[in-house]
Design a protein around this ligand. Structure first.
Ligand SMILES: Cc1cc2nc3c(=O)[nH]c(=O)nc-3n(C[C@H](O)[C@H](O)[C@H](O)COP(=O)(O)O)c2cc1C
Length: 367
């Protein structure tokens, strides 16, 4: 098997032509002081612009939507100015970039919000676990306040507004973060959604929050520029498994198929290298959804290529390999060795571990 025949082949879609199928997975690197992507982020994204598509750090749509300290936002003018420069840098290098829009709901801490606003969520169900707050301390996540029906609709609007702004800033599209136990998944999940209004109860009502975001975003910026990340069965951020998990995801997948959005991005959570997403599950999504399917979670060039060649995916997202190999596409092309990322600097360290991983000198690249 040619080790990267499909991975490095272009992909044409109605609105966007991707140079290759190697995607930089969304990674929150926590370098955005006060939520603002700074000059180092320009360099970071610019270095990686040969990816077919880059998806940004998860980016807050509202001031109470930051889970983590130093996460970027996109709801005020200073943050937007920071992102505009990043997008211009990426486009100057002929790259493509989507912003990952997030509201983390009950995951976070008021001390990480600029106005110390309380956490909000579908219902008052506290997440287990500690979170880093200013002063390099770790504190338990407090119980969230339950959103009113009007408050819920305001959060849907916050996602849609952020998508409109993202396009005005020049982003090629947006990815809604529907994965990893953040607000949209908190609405989907019966453990965190105990509501009695139109946004809780049956699968259809629990899915409404996420689907109204997707419908609103697709209508506002175009379905051909709208993607979503989902992580069925991942159980991340204190989300226990539930009986209707598979049928909930079938319901969403069918609705997304009707909407005709650009892609579904499945994030498989890694336990000892094994993804939570089986080939049978991926195949079942493929049968229901005919837009693009992107897969992430522990892929190598060889395993990603195998998924493409088996017809199980259209795009493969790489996370950690992109941290340490800004020229990942070139290395795949040349079958060159990959550098290992330093975990100590994933989420902190300033420029160290962020923009100082070198590209391989071309003289060292195998032909
Ligand atoms: C430092 C770091 C930050 C991450 N931040 C995000 C994020 O902001 N949004 C998200 O959806 N996933 C996030 N992830 C998960 C990655 O997108 C990806 O799914 C995961 O790293 C598995 O892919 P890999 O094995 O290629 O690294 C993060 C992963 C890492 C290592």
């Amino acid at each position: 098997m040619d080790h990267t025949r499909q991975l490095l082949s272009p992909l044409a879609t109605p609105a966007i032509n991707f140079d290759n199928r190697v995607v930089m997975a969304p990674m929150n690197r926590r370098r955005a002081i006060n939520g603002i992507p700074g000059p180092s982020s320009l360099i970071y994204y610019g270095q990686r612009a040969s990816a077919g598509l880059m998806i940004t750090d998860n980016t807050a749509v509202a001031s109470n939507g930051f889970g983590y300290l130093d996460t970027p936002g996109i709801y005020n003018a200073v943050q937007q100015a920071g992102w505009k420069k990043v997008v211009e840098e990426v486009h100057a290098r002929k790259g493509k970039i989507f912003v990952q829009l997030v509201h983390t709901g009950r995951i976070g801490h008021p001390l990480n919000h600029e106005d110390q606003a309380p956490l909000v969520a579908p219902s008052v169900v506290r997440a287990e676990g500690l979170i880093r707050v200013p002063g390099d301390r770790h504190m338990p996540m407090p119980a969230p306040t339950a959103l009113s029906t009007t408050g819920t609709q305001a959060m849907i609007d916050a996602h849609i507004n952020a998508a409109v702004i993202a396009r005005q800033l020049g982003f090629d599209g947006v990815e809604i973060h529907g994965a990893h136990g953040f607000l949209p998944e908190q609405f989907l999940h019966p453990h965190t959604n105990r509501r009695a209004d139109g946004y809780g109860g049956s699968i259809a009502k629990r899915a409404r929050f996420l689907l109204e975001i997707m419908e609103g975003v697709a209508a506002a910026i175009g379905k051909e520029r709208t993607g979503i990340r989902l992580s069925p069965f991942a159980g991340l951020n204190d989300m226990p498994h539930y009986i209707e998990e598979a049928s909930t995801h079938e319901y969403i997948t069918d609705a997304l198929e009707k909407m005709g959005i650009l892609y579904i991005h499945l994030s498989g959570w890694q336990m000892d290298g094994a993804s939570t997403l089986t080939p049978a599950y991926i195949q079942s999504v493929r049968k229901r959804f005919h837009g693009l399917l992107m897969l992430a979670g522990g892929y190598t060039a060889a395993s990603g290529e195998a998924m493409l060649q088996a017809g199980l995916a259209d795009l493969i997202a790489f996370g950690k390999p992109f941290i340490a190999n800004p020229d990942l596409v070139q290395r795949f092309h040349s079958n060159a060795p990959l550098a290992m990322a330093d975990e100590d600097t994933f989420y902190q360290g300033g420029d160290k571990g962020y923009i100082d991983y070198p590209a391989m000198p071309s003289s060292l690249l195998p032909i």
